[in-house]
Design a protein around this ligand. Sequence first.
Ligand code: GLU
Length: 482
Amino acid sequence: MASDSGSKAPPVVTRFAPSPTGYLHIGGARTALFNWLYARHHGGRVLLRIEDTDRKRSTQDAIDKIIDGLDWLGLEFDEPPLFQSDRAERHAEVARKLLDAGHAYKCYATPEELEAMRAEQRANKQPMRYDRRWRDRHESEAPEGAPYVIRLKVPTEGETTIADEVQGKVTVRNAEIDDYVLLRADGTPTYMLAVVVDDHDMGVTHIIRGDDHLNNAFRQLPIIRAMDAIEGGWPDPVYAHVPLIHGPDGAKMSKRHGAVGVEAYRDDEGVLPEALFNYLLRLGWGHGDREEITKSEAIELFDLDGVGKGPARFDIKKLQNLNGHYIRAADDARLAAIVAERIGPEADIALLTEAMPVLKTRAKSINELVEGSAFLFAKRPLEMTDKAAALIDAEARERLAGLSKMLHVQNDWTIEALEATTKSYAEALELGLGKLAQPMRAALTGTTTSPGIFDVLVLLGKEESLARIDAQALPAGTEEND
Ligand code: GLU
């Protein structure tokens, strides 16, 4: 494991700070993953903060979905989640400290005044920004008891540079940063204040998040630096702003590209958590040209220098291929349990576990495993797909009848023995094995795709196999009468 040996850098603390919006976005999941891996790689801690200040959207259900999704991906956190909404008093306390020390000021501008200001800026084609009208005024100029907000007094001179671990050096002129609101007239903190205070109080050393927050970093740093000047102990965090995920067309990944919630990949696309873990890791981070990287390898290899500067494109095919790889690598009993849950009460886990080695050879999703195992639990009379029904013509029915006779007297119900019997029957008919296997498959599974036909016979057992074959075969004795 790498370490920051030699330097006196504090132990790494990262955080994932989702705003509950109803699901865990795959972009959010990737941010969580990168934070988790960075902390694990450096022997640090990773924390979870639920940014639930938007009370309308932050329902318990939305919060549960995020926590569930993270848990499913195998991203555990080192402390119970912190809820931002619990901390409004602390946020207000910091705003007051900034105010008392002259790093913030009261602004008494009314909403109407601000609207008029914006209208004028619009008309003059100026940037729309608070014009700092109360920055240098004394509060005695305000009407008695008038409501006010607290605004940050951002330095107007000079510039701020962030040495971002992904974006490199980025510089912004301080004059471009507005004196934004820290505390609203009703005493509630704004998002920008809450994030900074929480990151500090949680001891966060590294902020790894989407690059849509890079502008926010330039607005958040003045709070950090002002607080450091006031009381010390507010070091600049290390920033790493990761390019967002794009869809195949190059536009920011959104619902129109397909599912964006982790839950949909689990429930609808049938993806295994380790496959999504691996895929999200490779989405924007690389180590040579390696595609398949397990969790423990990822912990060993992950660092911010492997994060790409350009947006990664979401490629569902790659995810499906990785999923196929992890399905083949997965324990059969575990897969059987997952599949059984999808199928419902009629599923037989022991049978599914036995069938799994042949079911999983080509499957790229849990859904394909569910479909592929349907024949095991199908009830007679079997429902037939059109293609399967078309294979059972008069000739096929006669051949199935002949095969059935031979199989009825077969006691050794193993792949090898069944194969030998079927082959000798096909040879006697001067038929290729395929010509016989097709109607057999149709009769046994009701479909035209299934695992190898001898596997199917063994999995179904003698009694069920013969019942299915006989249901399609010409009834015994009919041959002579025709
Ligand atoms: N809550 C913010 C979001 O979900 C993240 C804030 C941050 O990482 O600083 O986009």
